[in-house]
Design a protein around this ligand. Structure first.
Ligand code: DC
Length: 231
């Protein structure tokens, strides 16, 4: 059977990466978390005083891009790939509120997007890939055979994110998480370059009240139908 490209876009904390991982595992496809790449650049920018508070030194960031080398390595214990920045695994470091607080600013920079989109397209050349993000069906893989667009209410998404952070031992308040979710929604949807929009041919899934199992089965049906049509 022919391999396809699956693009999953949508708002933050809509369960895109969980779904993408499940699908990739089921199909034996590569999974790429494009958000992790924007988070990794943000982490680098924080570490190197390229962004302080919310003040960005754009020129310094653009110059630094040549020193930022990102790659994914498959972790067989976890069953998915983890992100490395200049050879160092930073999978944990990129999931903090500090990184979440600046990532929308960093990902609004055109030169950052150009570099990462180029790398993402290279990873998807051979198809057999599930990638999640904000512009995968619109910019990175406009010809993807299956495009999904995930939504859920901001409160439900903030609750999911809050539970995740608390489980990790982070000391955060629900209102700070909700604020961050709403702020990122706004910046991601209103930025000039590649804003988060649903591709015309994407299928919208609102999972505010869908269990993971029900959602997965529903989407598997879509995947199988798509695979059938490309046989
Ligand atoms: O998927 P995530 O929440 O980890 O993504 C973090 C941020 O990265 C998100 O707020 C917007 C940005 N992003 C983007 O601009 N384009 C992508 N393809 C993926 C993420």
């Amino acid at each position: 059977m022919q391999n396809i490209t699956i693009a999953i876009d949508g708002f933050s904390s809509t369960g895109k990466s969980t779904l993408a991982k499940q699908l990739a595992k089921h199909l034996g496809y590569i999974y790429v978390d494009s958000g992790a790449m924007y988070r990794a650049v943000s982490f680098y920018a924080l570490q190197n005083d390229i962004i302080t508070g919310v003040v960005l030194n754009k020129e310094k960031l653009i110059n630094a891009l040549q020193d930022i080398n990102l790659n994914f390595k498959f972790n067989s214990e976890l069953g998915y790939s983890e992100i490395y920045l200049n050879g160092v695994n930073i999978e944990k470091e990129i999931r903090t509120m500090e990184v979440s607080g600046v990532v929308s600013i960093i990902s609004s920079v055109k030169e950052v997007r150009q570099k990462l989109v180029y790398q993402q397209q290279k990873m998807g050349k051979a198809k057999g890939i599930v990638m999640d993000g904000r512009d995968i069906g619109t910019v990175v893989f406009p010809d993807a055979e299956l495009k999904l667009f995930m939504t859920a209410s901001a409160e439900i998404r903030a609750q999911r994110r809050y539970d995740e952070l608390v489980l990790r031992g982070d000391n955060v308040s629900f209102s700070a998480v909700l604020n961050n979710v709403q702020e990122r929604d706004f910046i991601d949807s209103n930025r000039e370059d590649s804003p988060l929009i649903k591709a015309d041919d994407a299928i919208e899934i609102d999972n505010s009240s869908l269990s993971m199992d029900v959602q997965f089965n529903k989407i598997l049906e879509l995947v199988n139908k798509t695979l059938e049509s490309y046989k």
